[in-house]
Design a protein around this ligand. Sequence first.
Ligand SMILES: Cc1cc2nc3c(=O)[nH]c(=O)nc-3n(C[C@H](O)[C@H](O)[C@H](O)COP(=O)(O)OP(=O)(O)OC[C@H]3O[C@@H](n4cnc5c(N)ncnc54)[C@H](O)[C@@H]3O)c2cc1C
Length: 398
Amino acid sequence: MQHRIIVLGAGYTGAIAAGRIAKRLRREDVAITLVNAEPDFVERVRMHQLATGQDLKPRPFSEMFAGTGVELRLATVTGIDVDRKTVAVIDANGAEELAYDTLVYALGSGWNDQGVPGTAEHAYEIASRPGALRLRERLARLDAGQTVVVVGGGLTGVEAATEIAEARPDLEVALVARGGLGDWLSPQGREHLRKVFGKLGITVYEHEAVTGVEADRVATADGNAIPAAVTVWTTGFAVHPIAKATTLEVTSTGQIVVDGTMRSVSHPDVYAVGDAAMAMGPGDKPLRMSCASGTLAAWQAADAIAARLSDGKLPNAPIRYFNQCISLGRKEGLIQYVTADDRAVRAILTGRLAAVYKELVCKGAAWGVANPTFGLPTRRRRVTREQAVAGSVVKALA
Ligand SMILES: Cc1cc2nc3c(=O)[nH]c(=O)nc-3n(C[C@H](O)[C@H](O)[C@H](O)COP(=O)(O)OP(=O)(O)OC[C@H]3O[C@@H](n4cnc5c(N)ncnc54)[C@H](O)[C@@H]3O)c2cc1C
């Protein structure tokens, strides 16, 4: 009897988890299905590059998972019943229900409009590929001198504003931040950011909250109106509502609450990784929605699932941060070194070297998805019979 493992979402974390579980367990003992809405891997960390007209390397899953034992199911997940252990999906052939013994939830996140009026109608987003492509098309039609306003002073906003300003020096680019520019960085990091923003001619509105978006402007809480031919909205990410509609324990924002092995605290046969999970990291702080921590969480989940199914030793690798790698266009960058719990330290790397470093990190992240055990040989463990049938027995009794 095969133990059925379904992984939902083939972004950075879901694809890594599926591939790594396949490397850890004997093929004949598990059926691993990876459900994703799109046929190729989306390098989400490069959406600002896609939006500014750069073409990304195609990464079809058919190549990535060929011969790995992971079966890709191209479909959209519409719901989950964690008590019946089923997933509802829909594809070109219609709706279907898939049964699982172990579920890994990795549906990631989308943009977060924070409920600000006018965003849905007028703002552009770069949290998804369709969003980035829509912005790309709009930017290409802008005339010289028109203004692009990026709302959000976090990592995504900073990367988007600098990328647009570098790619289109003929446009007026502005960034609106609720706090100060790069205020989470070290003084050295902040200074570098200001220098690059100055060089690229980006206007910065600090300590401003945007309260409304219109077709040609954004309104701020102070009563100001900032002209904007295009508004790019980057104020954080929001998870998809699917988990919240289940009996899983979730946070108020819909992230699945997990323990240190990325296992749901309410449903032991469900794991969650990446943006969709709420896991505590070093310093008892929730892990930030990022590839940086999501990748480590995906390794942890995959190793924990393999260990539990084969009566092996549970992993206990600490999930920690090392640096924040920020692209500032293609020629500049900022690597801000941080403590284990993500607080900036003095050390930074800047300039072209930082740009190259960031590029290597992005390439490495995509390589890591296709090589979830770094290409090292692994021993595939036998799934113990008790574990293999456990899920099915529960189902039969229900
Ligand atoms: C522009 C930008 C720059 C970024 N830069 C960085 C950075 O430099 N460093 C960093 O650490 N993080 C960065 N991030 C954040 C990082 O991209 C995310 O944290 C990361 O992608 C989360 O991985 P994930 O696997 O949880 O979700 P995702 O990568 O979003 O993957 C989710 C997958 O689920 C699929 N999916 C979603 N809903 C459904 C459904 N209903 N049915 C079927 N499939 C579905 C999606 O198609 C996707 O394949 C950046 C994000 C953006 C947008």
